[in-house]
Ligand binder design. Sequence first.
Ligand SMILES: Cc1cc2nc3c(=O)[nH]c(=O)nc-3n(C[C@H](O)[C@H](O)[C@H](O)COP(=O)(O)OP(=O)(O)OC[C@H]3O[C@@H](n4cnc5c(N)ncnc54)[C@H](O)[C@@H]3O)c2cc1C
Length: 331
Amino acid sequence: MIQANIVLGAGISGLTAAATLRHGGHEVLVLEKSRGLGGRAATRRWDQLPVDHGAQFFTARSDPFRAQTAAWKELGFCHEWCRGFHRYRDGALLPPEADHHPRYVCRRGMSALGSALAEANGITIERQSKVTRILCQDRVWTLTCEDGKSFRTHRLIVTSPPPQGADLLAGAAPEATAFLRGMAMDPCLALAAQFPRRSIPWHGIQSGDAMISWIGHDTSKRPDLHHDRTIIVVHASPAFSRAHYGEPEEKICEALLVRASEMSGEDLREPESIFLQRWRYAMPVHLPEGPPALSFDLPAPLILAGESFAGGKIEGAWLSGRAASSLSSSA
Ligand SMILES: Cc1cc2nc3c(=O)[nH]c(=O)nc-3n(C[C@H](O)[C@H](O)[C@H](O)COP(=O)(O)OP(=O)(O)OC[C@H]3O[C@@H](n4cnc5c(N)ncnc54)[C@H](O)[C@@H]3O)c2cc1C
């Protein structure tokens, strides 16, 4: 069987592309390597509690995404968390500079956005299907997965982070590969630490510090859920993440918690438990100018999409997915 459309990746961009195609009456299949949905909008259940260890919150600055956010809010998928964060500058913790942009979060965790997109639109998803090879022959794309299964399609949308997309397309689409090779990503070491419940006077701290870019008070996103624990999420800076990426978990966590304590004024050095997530491809190094998704009319239509094409972040991923679907339906 040849699918009309295949989307590689069930992150926000891939699921938005699939949802928009379905909405327009097109058949689509999504292939996703993980068990969960949402990609880097990721949540882990930790002792029954949701913890966001990828994207922490999202903003909605464009009209179409504001409308989508309003619909999610109405359905109870997300709510406003705050309007700004504390800042760590020149050795001092400064209060938030509130702007007019709500920061939204999800009560069940950020991965709820992926579930919302998939469930509301009845998208067919092959989970735990890691694509390892892509070929194009006779105007048909063939994607082969790690477990040996293969899938064929007339139109392919690739939404994996650009370096991973480049590796997969190297044999089949050199021009697209060259484009993706120019879109480097920074890594991020993200840790979550659990403490007995304590009162913390900030939602999050943003910083240009050499070691830490973000300290988040995850529990404050869901005040009704937690009664006896406080969870803090720390994201290392791109420079620290690159320099220490492969080091042992204990060493990385200790260094980050000592620094997070200095920055926040809270003693975070002795958590009850902890986990570390290593994001090899966390955020784009640069955001290229250009269209929100890119179409190649190779022997068969190929569309490249993802946050990097549309300004980054959750909003960029959503806008790019939407653009990819209209390119695919007109290809
Ligand atoms: C630590 C961290 C913090 C962040 N904080 C924020 C924030 O606070 N606010 C914000 O707006 N954004 C934030 N972001 C960015 C945000 O998460 C991304 O912009 C957005 O989730 C990207 O969506 P995407 O669909 O473009 O890519 P992804 O989410 O990366 O989706 C790509 C999907 O493709 C799948 N995939 C990859 N390779 C294969 C393969 N070979 N076969 C099958 N499937 C494959 C992946 O598993 C993934 O599900 C953060 C990201 C990280 C990592």
